[in-house]
Design a protein around this ligand. Structure first.
Ligand code: PLP
Length: 362
């Protein structure tokens, strides 16, 4: 008889991450608004760089990502030596958990925080600690109250996904100033580019030894399929992460595309402008139909329904119309649907379909 071999503690407690759906059986003209992707895709410069890189696919990629780090540093006014690039910001978040948390350690994140924080904590056998939000907004007081001497990591997304809400720089600074001695604050800036003038917390990092920021090419840059993200932090943290990072974690095509993308500020600006305009339009259209949402700082809206039943029924109706949005029951928001801001026609289709649903056309 063979005995089942057990994995490390915590791993079997993990509820696997669910990605956004992309298909509806029997419906061909679908619009995917379930993964906060940029509806305009990547910019032309990124596509060209990716194509050009195809001529050198026999070569191993750079291990130090020097060109990409230099481009990021130049565009954002950061120190290239304190940037680390990863397979999506997911990899940076995972490396942080691997490096800084283990059995008996506590990892804090907020009630409606991004699902990966908990998975990362469990994967390293640490104790996931979920902290209440205040009306779907990160509650700094509650986070400070939950900190102990066993706290090693505090993850917040700002703006947060799936709520779309964000807290101000003063509050983030207060959180950083309240960290216990062994804890790192991780500022997940996946949606930072959607907020005009927001540095994702970079300014805070330069004056502290215990704050790290993660960023991604998956959202406003439209490169989710290539898997590229980066982190910025104190030199000692970046050094630690580089020791455990795979030497060839990013492919040459991904590096080339990201290097071109970060310099293509027109594409970022255009994407942000359209998102801001259409987000305001859709939020108002839905509110008029009796579906409110918090004022969102990301490229999505968290639409609130009267009940879980109504949210499920609306999701089904939207699907029947070829519109795929994201139910967020796993984020403790069963009465809500997260809707990515698509292009103009997608936003109009959403507003129209929710209107039909609310009008009883089911
Ligand atoms: C989409 C998202 C990410 C990005 O993940 P990648 O691995 O960079 O694609 C990170 N954090 C949050 C909160 C997100 O919504």
């Amino acid at each position: 008889m063979t005995q089942k071999i057990e994995p490390q503690p915590g791993i079997l407690d993990i509820a696997p991450y669910q990605g956004g759906a992309s298909k509806v059986a029997g419906v061909s003209d679908v619009v995917k608004l379930s993964s906060n992707e940029n509806p305009y895709g990547p910019g032309d410069a990124a596509i060209k760089a990716y194509r050009d890189a195809s001529h050198n696919l026999h070569r191993y990629p750079s291990t130090d990502h020097a060109e990409l780090r230099a481009a990021i540093a130049e565009v954002h006014g950061l120190e290239a030596d304190r940037i680390i690039c990863g397979v999506g910001s997911d990899e940076i978040l995972t490396l942080l958990a691997q490096a800084y948390a283990g059995p008996g350690d506590e990892v804090l994140f907020t009630e409606h925080g991004f699902g990966l924080y908990k998975i990362n904590a469990q994967a390293v056998g640490a104790i996931p600690v979920e902290v209440a939000e205040r009306e779907r907004i990160t509650d700094v007081e509650a986070l400070i109250g939950a900190m102990t001497e066993r706290t090693r990591l505090v993850f917040i997304a700002n703006p947060n996904n799936p709520t779309g809400t964000m807290i101000g720089a003063n509050e983030v600074a207060r959180l950083a100033d309240s960290l216990p001695p062994k804890a790192l604050l991780v500022l997940d800036g996946a949606y930072a580019e959607y907020v005009e003038g927001h540095d994702g917390g970079a300014g805070l990092i330069d004056s502290r030894e215990n704050v790290v920021m993660t960023r991604t090419f998956s959202k406003i840059y439209g490169l989710g399929g290539l898997r590229i993200g980066w982190g910025y932090g104190p030199a000692h943290v970046i050094d630690v992460l580089n020791r455990i990072r795979g030497p060839f974690n990013l492919s040459s095509g991904a590096l080339a595309a990201a290097t071109a993308a970060v310099r293509d500020r027109d594409h970022v600006q255009k994407s942000r402008r359209e998102n801001t305009r259409l987000r305001a339009w859709l939020a108002e259209a839905l509110a008029e139909l009796g579906v409110p949402s918090d004022s969102s700082c990301g490229n999505f809206l968290l639409a609130r329904f009267a009940s879980e039943e109504e949210a499920i029924a609306c999701d089904l109706y939207l699907k029947s119309q070829g519109l795929i949005v994201r139910p967020v029951g796993s984020y403790k928001l069963p009465h809500c649907l997260r809707i990515t801001i698509g292009d103009e026609s997608s936003c109009r289709r959403i507003a129209h379909a929710v209107g039909q649903f609310k009008g009883g056309a089911r």
